[in-house]
Design a protein around this ligand. Structure first.
Ligand code: F6P
Length: 336
């Protein structure tokens, strides 16, 4: 009998439970035993794992996070990789099923070099893995950003303020761009595109001189701004981008009496019940990964091309950053 071990690697995201559920249900159908590893590779090293049955995954589809827990520890050194290898042999694991983003991809590649088999399922709100159109969790994160922008619009408008809203998703820029587009942002500053301060000023000015005396500016956390931008504001380069942009707005619109406020959406983006699209892609990719293990097709990553599941052999290109498509970058500006 084949035996898969499922584990979450790196930051959590909504939809992991939908994937775990799908793995167990599909494996049961195909006669594969599933071990659920708690807290990622850290748990595997500490023998923190158990057989998962359909009973264990009943009622988890709608739950955010992961019932298994996760950890940021990944096998990087030879010693770490060999320790994982020993555990895989000890538990007679046919293949690992790795749910994760960039850290998951790095783990899978490192282990593959030592002949530790796995299948990678992309799961990160950042949606920044080059081999898949979508990763599990992205749609829920965008939904959360959109909902926050809906809420913030009314208070920004009432007080005629500039509202700076910080999102996650560096370095791809997906959450800020798509969250901004669907939530009606008046400007988006993200790593998807170089920041143009004068363009930002122009857009806000046009709004204030017209009938829109408020603006919502989405700023990706940790986005790199030009060095002279900080210098011109007499700010240290370590100032968070959202604060620097707020200071910039304040300096340039003082005479108009424009105030700015700041909201960091933080972990609100990463938690909560997965939206239907995340449940769907989690179910599609997870069931495919199990089918692959059944036929010994390991060292592959599953992914999405539209709503079609793809399979790609492991390669260093798995670590490439998925750039935001040009048409989305153009489209977001249409509504400024
Ligand atoms: O990987 C998802 C992510 O949300 C990134 O966008 C963000 O930079 C990071 O996690 C922050 O997570 P933490 O604060 O837990 O390290």
């Amino acid at each position: 009998m084949k035996r898969a071990a499922v584990l979450c690697v790196g930051n959590d995201c909504p939809g992991l439970n939908a994937a775990i559920r799908a793995i167990v249900v599909k494996s049961t159908e195909l006669g594969i035993e599933v071990l659920g590893v708690r807290d990622g590779f850290e748990g595997l090293l500490k023998d923190n794992l158990d057989v998962l049955t359909k009973m264990n995954v009943s009622g988890i589809l709608h739950r955010g996070g992961t019932i298994l827990g996760t950890s940021l520890l990944i096998p990087e050194t030879e010693e770490q990789i060999k320790s994982i290898q020993r555990k895989v042999e000890q538990y007679a694991i046919t293949s690992l099923l790795i749910l994760g983003g960039r850290l998951g991809a790095r783990s899978a590649l490192n282990l593959a070099k030592y002949g530790v088999p796995s299948v990678l399922i992309p799961a990160t709100i950042d949606n920044d893995l080059a081999f898949s159109d979508f990763s599990i969790g992205f749609f829920t994160a965008v939904e959360n950003v959109k909902n926050a922008l809906d809420v913030l619009h009314s208070t920004a408008e009432s007080h005629h303020r500039v509202m700076i809203v910080e999102t996650m998703g560096r370095p791809g820029g997906w959450i800020a761009t798509v969250g901004g587009l669907t939530g009606g942002a008046d400007y988006v500053v993200s790593s998807a595109e170089p920041f143009e301060p004068m363009d930002l000023l122009k857009r806000i000015k046009v709004r204030y001189e017209g009938h829109k005396k408020f603006s919502i500016i989405v700023v990706e956390s940790g986005v790199k701004l030009p060095e002279d931008f900080y210098e011109n504001l007499n700010l240290s380069k370590d100032t968070p981008a959202s604060q620097a942009i707020g200071t910039f707005v304040e300096k340039n619109f003082k005479e108009l009496g424009v105030e700015w406020r700041y909201t960091n959406l933080g972990y609100l983006q990463r938690g909560g019940s997965p939206v239907a699209m995340d449940r769907l892609i989690a179910t599609l990719m997870a069931t495919r990964a199990v089918e692959m293990i059944k036929v010994a097709k390991v060292y592959h990553a599953v992914g999405m091309k539209g709503l079609t599941v793809t399979e790609a052999p492991y390669s260093e290109t798995m670590l490439n950053i998925r750039a935001v498509e040009d048409y989305l970058k153009v489209l977001v500006k249409l509504f400024y």
